[in-house]
Design a protein around this ligand. Structure first.
Ligand SMILES: C[S@@+](CC[C@H](N)C(=O)[O-])C[C@H]1O[C@@H](n2cnc3c(N)ncnc32)[C@H](O)[C@@H]1O
Length: 378
């Protein structure tokens, strides 16, 4: 789905600023979707930490506005940018070696959650899935899905590699069934696959009994009863999903780990960031986010938990770093970056998901501002 064309004219809605949120005007687009020659609005993301900024580790970068962009002033000179549109052309606008961490969650390529992810039809299919006779969401097996996913991800991951600083960490959530395609796409793009992390949770069983289908078979009732007894309640071969794998890759380093750290400030792990009082491990157990965490009106189907995102951001970046999520969804990684005092860039193709992200980011900024005020007044 191509983002709609934009005349580039300011309209009241697009130029309005609220509090610390600044909405950019959209730059003119050509018919082919590329940026028109008239200067697009650009936004610089300055480094937050003056010492690190001075050292050149956090150099300011700029991001042109293509469709619609929301800019958020965070604390201490840090900035966040949410941009509506397809991530591949937007990634191409970022300078090379400019981002500290890629933390993302691409479409799963299961039952409509593909490159043409559509909020409305997905919602409808999730509802239909409650009805017997229809497969639960994520359970339609089509061997082409994995191939398509890899094809979709490779050019995007190639851009992620380009924009990440040398030695920068790449973390991509994935779905257990197609994890391998996501990992291969990352490896083919040039990342070194270092490990697989897992977000573990208490899932819903998705396997279903075959009795219903036996009862519909065109055989005598006695045979149906015998067959059902033979099956002994056996179900389709799916155990309860309890893990969401995360591809853990690293952009090739510039020299040794220490040389890379001195030059780029990334590539090492802060292992003092404990999950459970012990040395941080590859599995992070956390419930799926509830309504309070998701925020008002967030009906996104695949919201990731703040606890996991914040933990990963703390381990792999320093305060003031820049976190990139090309598939922002309802804004979870941006909210986590705000909580941890990091800047962010998020891209999202769905206009309604952008609105949900914007609301969540604004709410988190307001909370952080309030917390800081109450700390100062003590
Ligand atoms: C798995 S969801 C991300 C959910 C997110 N982690 C959260 O917690 O809300 C993937 C998102 O990518 C978006 N998307 C799919 N293809 C895209 C593309 N080519 N460019 C930008 N966004 C895309 C979808 O609209 C969807 O919201």
């Amino acid at each position: 789905m191509e983002p709609k064309q934009n005349s580039g004219k300011r309209d009241a809605r697009e130029t309005e600023s609220t509090g610390k949120l600044v909405i950019s005007l959209a730059a003119p687009r050509t018919a082919s979707g590329s940026v028109a020659a008239t200067a697009p609005a650009v936004y610089a993301l300055p480094g937050a930490d003056p010492v690190l900024a001075k050292s050149g580790i956090y150099a300011p970068i700029t991001l042109p506005v293509i469709e619609r962009q929301w800019r958020f002033e965070l604390t201490a000179g840090l900035a966040g940018v949410l941009e509506h549109g397809e991530c591949l052309p937007l990634l191409k606008l970022l300078p090379a070696n400019s981002v500290d961490l890629v933390l993302t969650d691409p479409p799963y390529f299961l039952d409509g959650m593909d490159g043409a992810w559509n909020r409305k039809t997905l919602g409808a299919s999730a509802q239909r899935a409650q009805v017997i006779g229809s497969m639960p969401v994520g359970m339609k097996f089509d061997p082409k899905q994995g191939v398509e996913l890899q094809k979709f991800l490779e050019p995007i991951f190639l851009e992620c590699l380009r924009v990440l600083k040398p030695g920068g960490i790449f973390l991509s959530f994935s779905q257990a069934r197609l994890y391998h395609r996501c990992a291969i796409a990352a490896e083919n793009a040039g990342f070194e696959i270092r490990d697989m992390f897992g977000w573990t949770y208490e899932g819903q069983p998705k396997a279903f009994s075959q009795d219903h289908f036996v009862r519909k078979m065109n055989i005598p009732e006695r045979e149906k009863a015998a067959l059902i007894q033979t099956l002994q309640g056996r179900k389709t071969p799916q155990l309860k999903p309890m893990i969401e794998p995360i591809v853990f890759g690293q952009k090739p380093k510039d020299g040794t780990f220490v040389q890379n750290w001195i030059k780029h400030g990334v590539g090492l792990a802060d292992t003092s960031q404990t999950w459970d009082g012990k040395f941080p491990g590859a599995l992070m157990n956390s419930p799926k986010p509830g309504n309070a965490e998701k925020g008002d009106g967030n009906d996104h189907l695949t919201v990731k938990p703040q606890k996991v995102l914040r933990h990963l951001i703390r381990i792999f970046t320093q305060p003031g770093a820049l976190v990139l999520d090309p598939f922002l969804g309802s804004g979870s990684s941006a909210v986590a970056a705000v909580c941890e005092g990091r800047g962010f860039i998020g891209f999202e193709r769905d206009a309604e998901h952008c609105q949900i992200s914007k609301r969540r980011i604004e709410a988190q900024i307001a909370l952080e501002t309030q917390n800081q005020k109450s700390i100062k007044s003590r």
